[in-house]
Design a protein around this ligand. Structure first.
Ligand SMILES: Nc1nc2c(c(=O)[nH]1)N[C@H]1C(S)=C(S)[C@@H](COP(=O)(O)O)O[C@H]1N2
Ligand SMILES: [Mo]
Length: 480
């Protein structure tokens, strides 16, 4: 062979490997999906569990609310990468390499809560397809790629269908809470202004899974154990009997100014004070570990939860309905005022009382061990002007658990001006605000800041979320 022929044979071989990789991923994911699972979700979860904190932070900052789609796409490339890598190896190493690929993928799949075994089977199938496809250096590339893409699309359809039927089953355990109409706060009717209560379908989703675990409500029990005098096992119906409604905003620590990783809902939950009183913590119990079915854990200091100083809840409902799967069906722990990643696990299965030896999911990744409290924050949703330079500026602000006592805006470097506040649903909920200001001709920056009832003024210093939570002021630019 001439040099040119060698190069072109090599190129063909690599293209063939890419196509075989697509085929292997498609076949593996389809087999897993046909059995109700997913191979890719397990790999995605593995990536989320082991990616260095800076990688996670960059990913969250770049992908925004599309982080799950981005992860799935990245993960699909894993199979293609494995195929290319294998094709580059000397022939005698290819069988062991595909075996390692299959085993590693199967092990990753076994981490994704309820989708595990099917995912592992899919991984074995993917490895077998890979091995078969790479026996010849080149082949029907287009066919492989087309078949792989088709199988992948079929798998997606199957997984979505299974998720949808789980969603419907979850809804049927309801209602959860009274369908009270949301009260008027006096700021209604401003186009573009966030609603006082966020519908579940618009509530941000943040977690380490590609898709929510499917927990069967009939078999599910909340167990409360560890260092307690009485172990408890409670069904959804047991919990519903003791549950109360409360309004609160939930904020992700990744909610940088102006972004949408926060939302306000009317929750239904059992106060943790009541559950802890029934269980009777033993002396030596210092932490409450909330353990989810997906292996995720968050722990909270026991004492302030037990006394009610921190008002925590075991939540089973949202806006009059059961929790939707992506928000933690059938139950989650929530302590208003603490950032989402510290305030309790979604899909919770167990509350364990323990000593200080437990190491949490985020703690392992370099985040502070003690819960971080949500800082006061104001967001500008609307800044719209008429020809005369009069601008309506409106938004939401929150400072849980104390509540908002004021919101101020300024145009450029002028003095801070107070705005009109909507009436307060609850101190832990967010509050809407609005004002009309005269904007002088030209282009200007409008900034907003929140002031908490505890006297804390939103800090202007810009900070990324890691490691103590974001800082800075939301600003928009307007031209009059
Ligand atoms: N089991 C489990 N619970 C979890 C998480 C998770 O990854 N797994 N993520 C936490 C984070 S970081 C946040 S911000 C909130 C988000 O809740 P939401 O998706 O209902 O908005 O859930 C928390 N609870
Ligand atoms: Mo979060």
């Amino acid at each position: 062979m001439s040099m040119n022929e060698q190069v072109s044979a090599r190129k063909k071989g690599l293209l063939h490997a890419v196509a075989v990789g697509v085929g292997a991923v498609g076949a593996g994911e389809l087999l897993a999906a046909a059995r109700g699972g997913s191979m890719l979700d397990g790999i995605g979860r593995l990536a989320a569990d082991y990616a260095p904190v800076q990688v996670v932070e960059t990913m969250v900052a770049q992908a925004g609310e599309h982080d799950k789609e981005m992860t799935r796409f990245g993960v699909a490339l894993w199979g293609v990468g494995a195929a290319v890598g294998t094709a580059l190896l000397p022939p005698r190493l290819r069988t062991p390499a595909t075996a390692v690929f299959g085993a590693a993928t199967a092990a990753a799949a076994l981490r994704s809560a309820d989708r595990s075994v099917p995912g592992a089977l899919g991984a074995v199938a993917a490895a077998a397809v890979l091995r078969a496809g790479l026996r010849k250096p080149t082949g029907h590339g287009l066919l492989w790629a087309a078949a792989g893409t088709g199988m992948f699309a079929a798998a997606e359809t199957l997984v979505r269908r299974a998720d949808q039927s789980h969603r419907e089953r979850a809804r049927k355990v309801g209602p959860m809470g009274a369908h009270v109409p949301v009260p008027e706060d006096g700021i209604g009717g401003e186009p573009g202004l966030t609603s006082l209560i966020t519908p579940a379908s618009k509530f941000y989703v943040a977690d380490v899974n590609s898709r929510p675990p499917r927990v069967d409500p009939a078999g599910w029990r909340l167990s409360i154990g560890g260092r307690v005098a009485h172990n408890l096992r409670l069904s959804l119906a047991d919990l519903a009997e003791q549950a109360v409604e409360f309004d609160a905003v939930m904020v992700c620590v990744h909610n940088t100014v102006g972004s949408g990783r926060c939302a306000n809902a009317r929750w239904l939950g059992v106060p943790l004070t009541a559950l802890l009183e029934h269980a009777v913590p033993e002396t030596g119990a210092t932490r409450l570990v909330t353990r989810a079915v997906d292996g995720y854990t968050i722990s909270l200091p026991l004492e302030p939860l037990r006394t009610g100083e921190w008002p925590g809840y075991l939540v089973i409902g949202m806006n009059g309905e059961p929790l939707p799967p992506e928000h933690g069906f059938p139950a989650r722990v929530f302590v208003p005022g603490i950032y989402g990643q510290y305030s309790g696990a979604k899909w919770v299965g167990e509350l364990e009382l323990t000593d200080d030896s437990h190491v949490d999911y985020w703690w392992k990744r370099g985040w502070p061990a003690e819960p971080l409290w949500v800082r006061p924050q104001a967001r500008i949703d609307v800044a719209s002007g008429s020809g005369s330079g009069k601008f309506t500026v409106a938004g939401v602000a929150w400072a849980p658990p104390h509540g908002i006592s004021g919101v101020e805006i300024r145009i450029g470097e002028t003095d801070w001006l107070p705005v009109e506040l909507g009436s307060e649903l609850a101190p832990a909920a967010w509050r809407r605000w609005r004002t009309i200001v005269d904007v002088p001709p030209g282009t200007h920056t409008i900034q907003a800041r929140a002031i908490s009832r505890s006297g804390e003024v939103q800090d202007a210093e810009e900070r990324p979320p890691f490691p103590i939570g974001p800082g800075g002021l939301h600003s928009v630019t307007v031209t009059a």
